[in-house]
Design a protein around this ligand. Structure first.
Ligand SMILES: Cc1cc2nc3c(=O)[nH]c(=O)nc-3n(C[C@H](O)[C@H](O)[C@H](O)COP(=O)(O)OP(=O)(O)OC[C@H]3O[C@@H](n4cnc5c(N)ncnc54)[C@H](O)[C@@H]3O)c2cc1C
Length: 441
């Protein structure tokens, strides 16, 4: 295959931007087609008063080498440490895990988990650390763990560990309860758990917007169909004026979540579309609220809550503790088409919880930003290695079409970035970029 000259990328999220920049670097003329009116997808770029906030993916791990390299390419940013700081109420006491206070964190973990489970978690952590690719779906480790996927994650660990330790992780990273998550995909969670997180100091709107200087981005342009024509690809588009038209490209990278890719793939391969359609997603709603004074303290910056719609409330930054990010997810937080007023009512309930657990005084809100995602987080499937093999077999005959997104290597920003670069490499038939992983076939 020769290098395609004109390539379309569907979606301006992390996967799509990564694919587009890799294709641009290889000399292709790239157009990103994005149905929304701004860049970033589930990073959820939004305004809170006069500052930019992220209502979706926000924390950048130190191990996010490809994503950090991509931001460098776009002009670079500094990072402020976010660390890990989360608390929960265990047997009536607030237990904190804080990456700056290892002794206290070890004590906290000991109160949350039993010894047998700790040994099991430690063994997975060591294996994830041992190879750069082990924390991604389809890795040898994920496949090995996935052999035990006939039972959900909750059945591999004791009740105390599941409730206290695993639930906050699966709800936060997958929107899933531990009995909806699988052992084979837990390497992706562990990869994030053992990482150290920062936040970019430069607004991502401006930084990612620089991609638009390198590649064309067509906003409010929805792709509604893909067909193969004479070795190339034709896309059915609905443009910002609501007009339908067709555009031809040499190749296309479909960089959307699985549920958005499935209908586009259906006319090309029902088998592939059915597989992609089967990937599970779970909803989340996020509210970021600014108050007049700090709500959290330096040593207690977030709290994971049980049995209620708000699964997690935390300060927006290590120092920005008067801005609180409330996440509604997990079985009790699956809101259906909530209005902003509905969400703010739930925020009021959570403020009462914070008052009880942290002893903070209720304060006036000075700005709010709210976003609901009906399908926020990828929850994958059991036996995901087998799923990826079937997907790659079904996708192989589709020349000039490559897939990227959170359902291929994992839901982290880094995994999405790598999947975009891998899709670009597949279209270029070029060696995989240094440090990137290829979706195993
Ligand atoms: C609340 C929340 C918190 C998170 N926190 C973190 C975190 O702290 N750290 C982390 O690493 N990860 C986090 N994540 C995960 C991470 O943000 C996402 O997995 C990642 O941003 C997904 O990127 P993507 O490009 O694959 O998909 P998306 O961001 O969903 O981008 C896909 C784009 O395609 C567009 N699109 C879809 N269909 C079409 C179509 N037919 N035509 C044209 N355009 C289309 C969409 O509008 C969208 O812009 C979080 C996610 C959420 C929801």
């Amino acid at each position: 295959m020769t290098t395609p000259e004109r390539v379309a990328v569907v979606g301006a999220g992390v996967s799509g931007i990564a694919a587009a920049l890799a294709l641009h670097r290889a000399g292709c003329a790239v157009e990103i087609l994005e149905r929304e009116d701004r860049i970033g997808g589930r990073l959820g770029l939004a305004e809170l008063g006069d500052r930019e906030v992220l209502l979706g993916g926000k924390n950048i791990g130190r191990a996010y080498s490809r994503f950090r390299a991509m931001l460098d390419l776009l002009g670079g940013t500094g990072y402020e440490p976010f660390g890990i700081n989360t608390s929960r109420v265990v047997a009536g006491r607030l237990v904190s895990l804080d990456s700056d206070n290892r002794a206290e964190t070890m004590n906290g973990i000991l109160r949350m988990c039993n010894w047998r489970d700790l040994a099991k978690l430690d063994s997975i952590a060591r294996k994830v650390k041992s190879a750069d690719t082990a924390r991604f779906l389809g890795s040898d480790l994920a496949r090995k763990l996935g052999r035990r996927d006939d039972r959900p994650l909750s059945e591999h660990f004791g009740r105390r560990t599941t409730t206290n330790f695993l639930r906050p992780i699966t709800v936060r990273m997958n929107g899933a309860e531990p009995d909806e998550a699988y052992y084979g995909n837990f390497a992706t969670n562990m990869g994030m758990l053992i990482d150290t997180f920062d936040q970019p100091t430069v607004g991502l709107s401006a930084l990612l917007g620089r991609a638009a200087e390198l590649v064309e981005i067509r906003y409010r342009t929805a792709v509604t169909g893909i067909s193969q024509v004479n070795g190339g690809v034709a896309l059915d588009l609905v443009d910002p004026g609501g007009r339908s038209r067709q555009a031809r490209y040499d190749a296309v990278a479909v960089c959307t979540p699985a549920y958005a890719a499935a209908p586009l793939l259906a006319p090309l391969s029902k088998a592939l579309a059915d597989l992609v359609h089967s990937v599970r997603y779970f909803p989340a709603t996020v509210a970021v609220v600014r108050y007049t004074h700090d709500v959290f303290a330096a040593d207690v910056r977030a709290i994971a809550l049980d049995d209620q719609p708000c699964s997690n409330a935390g300060s927006y930054g290590k120092e920005t503790r008067n801005v609180v990010r409330y996440t509604f997810s997990g079985i009790h937080g699956r809101l259906i088409d909530p209005t902003e007023a509905d969400v703010l009512d739930l925020v009021t309930d959570t403020e009462t919880q914070l008052h009880t657990h942290l002893g903070v005084v209720r304060q006036p809100r000075t700005a709010v930003a709210v976003r609901h995602w009906p399908q926020a987080y990828c929850g994958y499937l059991p036996h995901y290695g087998d799923f990826l093999d079937a997907l790659n077999t079904a996708a192989a005959p589709l020349a000039s079409i490559a897939l990227a997104g959170d359902y291929l290597l994992g839901g982290s920003i880094e995994a999405c970035c790598r999947s975009g670069e891998t899709a670009a490499a597949a279209l270029l038939s070029a060696p995989v970029p240094q440090g990137a992983t290829r979706c195993e076939s």
